[in-house]
Design a protein around this ligand. Structure first.
Ligand code: E4P
Length: 220
């Protein structure tokens, strides 16, 4: 399973890279707005994110802010020209699906975002989107079962051999990552702190302490 980091923060991406398990980055307009960059520097910021990733570190989802077809394809094409790693992130609306169809025919990578139902995921796959981003955590926040949605999408995509990759988004805790891996989805995107929490187990800490003490007692 691929690990993407859900941030536009360059320092956070650098930290995530250190562990060698990072496969890509997803951003959205809210995450970009936290980075104290000027509007004129947004595209440069995407390029800086791309430069942080080496070849094995996958791609960078950059979200369009247009909401009508013509503007969406123009913005999508501009974003795609910034760097080969850019994946154009497009909201799940009618014009968005049309734009994904257009861009994917031109071999531009796309990520259909703000997906909350199997029907939406089906449309994303039929439009030829490279990725679909179901928002697990936001569904759980409203007492809908986000993992059930992920399971349903996986079944539908497997039934028809759709090539669209499932990128589970809006991750809130490490258990959701584990459950997604059991379902067998392609990737998750989450903040660094959740990826880091996968490292932790109290028995590992206790066990290592004891191993080192025993070694020191005899060999030092
Ligand atoms: C998806 O790609 C979004 O960037 C993101 O995962 C949304 O997460 P949130 O619900 O924590 O804002």
């Amino acid at each position: 399973m691929k690990f993407f980091i859900d941030t536009a923060n360059l320092e956070e991406i650098k930290k995530a890279k250190i562990f060698g398990v990072l496969n890509g980055v997803t951003t959205n307009p809210s995450l970009m707005s936290k980075e104290f960059i000027k509007k004129k520097d947004i595209y440069d910021h995407y390029i800086s994110i791309c430069h942080l990733l080496d070849d094995e570190n996958g791609d960078v989802s950059a979200e369009i802010i247009s909401t009508n077809y013509m503007d969406m394809i123009e913005e999508g094409e501009k974003l795609s020209l910034l760097h080969p790693k850019i994946v154009v992130k497009i909201p799940m609306i009618k014009d968005g699906i049309k734009a994904i169809k257009y861009l994917s025919k031109k071999n531009i990578k796309t990520n259909c975002t703000l997906v909350f139902s199997s029907g939406q995921a089906l449309l994303a796959a039929k439009s030829g989107s490279s990725y679909v981003s179901p928002f697990l955590g936001r569904l759980d926040d409203l007492s809908y079962n986000g993992l059930n949605l992920i399971r349903e999408i996986k079944t539908i995509y497997d039934n028809y051999h759709f090539k669209t990759k499932i990128l589970a988004a809006s991750i809130r805790n490490p258990l959701q990552i584990i459950e997604c891996s059991k379902i067998g989805i392609y990737a998750v995107t989450s903040p660094l702190k959740i990826i880091l929490s996968l490292f932790y187990h109290p028995l590992t800490k206790i066990g290592l302490k004891k191993f080192l003490e025993d070694y020191k007692n005899i060999f030092n």
